[in-house]
Design a protein around this ligand. Structure first.
Ligand SMILES: [Zn+2]
Length: 373
């Protein structure tokens, strides 16, 4: 018992009160005694916690990469860096930076040392683009794991010239404070992350490069698109109707068929272009029309999100995003789909492996879902 008291006294002097076990615990449990020894030494304990959080951040980063499905070379490089860093941390070694030859080895790419720099330069710029699209998701993933930092691959350019000696490493960055709600996940439910914030198809890029904030001329453009489009379609139908009713006697039947076909095409185009507009206004988030996407992207949503505009006001931002989660039943990725007839007007999360059975609801605010089957 005396030893316990002694420990307690020395603990109090470290001032590290919140991690203190009670004296009873110390007596009952040898493990906790061991912990106290660590705390006694002060500095190492703080370092230890730091290492643990770094490890957890690397785990979160790797977990996020797993969610991405098919692995590109760029993501393979990121995974290699993260795995190698995790290995060093696990072995208690100090973190180091890597050169392009190291990175090529980690990514298990058959690149000769002479060509590694050129090879990685190309892959890295691709990786930076991929990471930029996924930054929110990587942060969300770390936040859901209860962390305050996240892992981020970083290139530090060397002096350049002949012996171009850029270095590569995993950095640990502080998570930006979110509009802090860490919602409860229902039993058996899922937590979604916004894993991708996409660049839209090339023809839309100049328009919604960083989200299409609805203010100024863009707000006007958005409304003109919706209401103007409706007016144009309406006017075309009125004209058609006038043409058919006032001159029907003089129009040959072949022309009438052409006119009706024309009307059908106009109606279909009107529906295709305008219904997303109205549904987006109505539902705030819809599956993105294929028209807006590059070919390689699927399962993407068009979201009209409310974002703080700095001066306490909010601005509505239209953006292309993809929400995904990990299926708690089988561990595969969950992506969003239209609820169709079974869940009208809703988006539901379906697991990639068992889409008929592993179905979850989707709440855009809490970013959680509960099982629907
Ligand atoms: Zn599943």
């Amino acid at each position: 018992m005396t030893s316990c008291v002694g420990n307690e006294a020395s603990l109090a002097s470290t001032g590290n009160q919140k991690q203190l076990p009670t004296v009873e615990e110390t007596v009952q449990d040898g493990n906790i005694l061991l912990k106290i020894n660590n705390i006694d030494s002060g500095q190492p304990q703080i370092l230890q916690a730091n290492e643990n959080e770094r490890l957890a951040a690397l785990d979160a980063f790797l977990g996020f990469l797993k969610l991405q499905g098919k692995e590109t070379k760029a993501l393979r490089v990121a995974r290699g860096l993260a795995e190698h860093t995790r290995k060093r941390l696990n072995e208690g070694k100090a973190l180091v930076v890597y050169n392009s030859v190291n990175v090529a080895e980690m990514a298990e790419q058959p690149v000769t040392p002479e060509r590694a720099t050129a090879w990685l330069a190309k892959i890295w710029s691709n990786l930076e683009e991929r990471l930029e699209e996924r930054e929110t998701g990587i942060q969300d993933f770390a936040r859901q794991a209860g962390l305050s930092i996240y892992a981020w691959p970083r290139k530090t350019s060397g002096a350049g010239g002949a012996g171009n000696n850029s270095t590569y490493a995993i950095e640990f960055l502080k998570l930006p404070s979110a509009n802090a709600h860490s919602p409860e996940i229902a039993p058996g439910g899922v937590a979604y992350v916004q894993d991708l914030t996409l660049k839209p198809a090339f023809w839309l890029k100049p328009l919604i490069r960083t989200g299409f904030a609805l203010k100024g001329w863009r707000r006007v453009a958005f409304l003109v698109y919706g209401f103007g489009g409706l007016a144009v379609i309406g006017a075309l139908f009125v004209l058609l109707w006038l043409a058919l009713t006032t001159q029907s006697a003089r129009i040959p039947s072949g022309d009438i068929a052409t006119l009706i076909l024309f009307a059908a095409v106009v109606g279909w185009l009107g529906f295709a272009f305008l219904s997303p507009f109205w549904r987006l206004i109505d539902l705030r988030i819809i599956m993105a029309p294929d028209l807006l996407l590059s070919l390689r992207e699927r399962g993407v949503q068009l979201e009209a999100a409310k974002e703080p505009a700095g001066d306490g006001q909010h601005v509505r931002v239209i953006r292309l995003v993809r929400y995904s989660a990990r299926c708690p039943k089988c561990g595969e990725a969950v992506h969003l789909y239209n609820g169709r007839r079974e869940f009208p007007g809703r988006l539901v999360g379906k697991c990639d492996e068992h889409p008929a059975e592993h179905v979850y609801s989707f709440d855009r605010f809490t970013k959680t879902g509960s099982p629907l089957r």
